[in-house]
Design a protein around this ligand. Structure first.
Ligand SMILES: Nc1ncnc2c1ncn2[C@@H]1O[C@H](COP(=O)(O)OP(=O)(O)OP(=O)(O)O)[C@@H](O)[C@H]1O
Ligand SMILES: [Mg+2]
Length: 256
């Protein structure tokens, strides 16, 4: 039976999708049968997960509406052990209210994740920004949650809320373990960035912030623009290596 890891953050643009696709690729490279699931109606996973050219664009929303069976929405990638479930046609819609309501009112999302976990070693779930209905339903059937936090000065105002919000959810769900905060887009030598990291480390218990940080690197966005995880496109890049090391640590925790 596999493990379900949700990537969650109250804030947008902090590296959730980047973390989901790169961890997914790094787990797959270790030989773990991995599925990356996109439940964010923005649908960004499709741009950076290394899907094959001309891949279908249907996904979870189309499975949920009954338009597609589950097997149709599990797509192969360039990596043999990595599969991806896109969010599907909802990504084309201007209004995501119906999609969010359907998830909020039913058990389709937790049920789908549970089924996926039976068939894979690891399921990585990319969620929309915020702790809204979609993210909460995803967390309801996840085993672990990882919170990317961009190493930038705004964090000084938002870290306490982010931390409390996640802890409230984890406290209510016995099965859920908080894996920790992952500092992303870290720039060594940038004083604002260094101050932020120092603040986070001083204010969050040490076992809840990863020592390892993801450096800011143009290879990450270049890879995304080329449709691939950086761990596949530029494996020697420091950000790629950081994701590979993170996957190693998480995989060790999963088998504990
Ligand atoms: N380590 C990094 N170095 C450089 N750029 C990065 C890095 N991580 C993420 N980015 C870039 O930052 C932007 C936001 O990243 P991403 O889309 O992963 O965030 P997100 O949290 O999923 O956003 P959203 O909340 O909109 O879903 C993207 O353009 C991505 O390429
Ligand atoms: Mg995203």
């Amino acid at each position: 039976m596999g493990r379900i890891l949700a990537i969650v953050s109250q804030k947008g643009g902090v590296g959730k999708t980047t973390t989901a696709v790169n961890l997914g690729a790094a787990f797959a490279r270790r030989g773990l049968k991995t599925l990356v699931v996109d439940v964010d109606p923005q649908g960004s996973v499709r741009f950076g997960a290394g899907l094959r050219k001309g891949h279908p664009t249907h996904g979870f929303a189309d499975y949920m509406s009954g338009a597609r069976p589950l097997r149709d929405v599990i797509l192969p990638t360039a990596l043999p052990w990595l599969r991806v479930m896109l969010v599907g046609s909802v990504a084309e819609d201007a209004d995501h209210t119906d999609y969010a309501n359907t998830i909020a009112q039913g058990d389709l999302l937790p049920a789908m994740l549970a089924t996926a976990a039976e068939r894979c070693d690891i399921v990585v779930v990319d969620t929309p920004p915020g702790l809204g209905a979609i993210t909460r339903r995803a967390l309801a059937s996840s085993d672990r949650v990882l919170v990317p936090l961009q190493a930038e000065p705004l964090v000084l105002q938002t870290t306490p809320q982010i931390f409390r919000g996640i802890q409230d959810i984890v406290a209510k769900q016995k099965r859920l373990t908080f894996d920790g905060i992952l500092l992303t887009m870290y720039e060594a030598g940038n004083p604002a960035c260094e101050r932020t990291v120092k603040y986070v480390r001083a204010n969050v218990p040490a076992n809840l912030v990863f020592d390892l940080m993801i450096p800011r690197s143009s290879a990450v966005s270049d890879a995304f623009a080329a449709g691939q995880p950086v761990v596949v496109r530029t494996p020697a890049d420091p950000a790629a290596q950081a994701y590979v090391n993170l996957a190693t640590r998480l995989a060790e925790r999963f088998v504990e």
